[in-house]
Design a protein around this ligand. Structure first.
Ligand code: G3P
Ligand code: CA
Length: 238
């Protein structure tokens, strides 16, 4: 089965990375979702992609790491989705509350270029509070963060993200000392060799972000295990 992740929820239908976007994806029957986590000034896990909220409110110029949760909850992130006016970002805890038990959740630690000291412990504590060690993958471009996660919970499924082309990422993953479950390459450079080599090393492969259906079909033909997609038609809906 090809497993497709609703990237930041169903972001074409509701503000990205918000509860309505995840609810839409769930309503469409998505088997998996992807979300980004960061840490506020008061050490709360907030679900958000950007390091600042300027894209949603031009007056909001502080970094998330310098904002409290209360300050973040004052920012309307509905953007062009008028029907969602007043929507604010959710905490990871709030998102986990609405996720069914069998929904696979890819939690990306957004650690670059900001380093959120201690985010790994706080994330693990949150998963523990929600009894959610099943059906979770922790991914990051920051592979030190992945190591920190696996040092705390050795059995935690780890997704290794790559933005740039690197030589033989399957060997890098093997030599990293981490127990990597899946490799998440940029779709731009995902070719047949990359897919076949990752799989021969025992890794699942989930390229991001694949929105075009023709390209999606090609990647499936190469043998990918799934993709991250903004296109509800790919991740299960419409
Ligand atoms: O996890 C896949 C993808 O979300 C990584 O890129 O920038 O959309 O978080 P980005
Ligand atoms: Ca992401």
């Amino acid at each position: 089965m090809v497993l497709n992740f609703a990237h930041r929820g169903s972001l074409t239908e509701a503000p990205e990375n918000t509860l309505p976007a995840f609810q839409k994806a769930i309503d469409h029957g998505a088997k998996a979702i992807e979300l980004d986590v960061q840490l506020t000034k008061d050490q709360q896990l907030i679900v958000c992609h950007d390091h600042k909220l300027t894209r949603f409110n031009k007056h909001s110029t502080k970094r998330i790491k310098d904002m409290t949760l209360a300050e973040i909850k004052e920012i309307d992130v509905s953007g062009s989705f008028q029907e969602y006016e007043g929507t604010t970002l959710g905490t990871l805890s709030e998102v986990l509350e609405i996720c069914p038990n069998d929904l696979l959740i890819n939690i990306e630690i957004k650690n670059i270029p900001v380093i959120y000291e201690g985010i790994e412990e706080i994330l693990i504590q949150c998963l523990s509070d929600h009894n959610r060690f099943h059906d979770v993958i922790i991914s990051s471009f920051d592979h030190m963060a992945l190591k920190n996660v696996q040092d705390i919970v050795p059995s935690m499924p780890i997704g290794m993200l790559f933005y740039y082309r690197i030589l033989q990422p399957w060997k890098y993953a093997k030599q990293s000392g981490l127990v990597v479950t899946s490799i998440h390459p940029n779709q731009v450079y995902t070719d047949r060799e990359l897919v076949e080599q990752c799989k021969s090393f025992g890794y699942k492969i989930f390229p991001y972000t694949v929105n075009d259906e023709e390209h999606y079909e090609k990647l499936v033909e190469y043998g990918v295990d799934g993709v991250f997609s903004n296109n509800p038609g790919v991740f299960g809906g419409i």
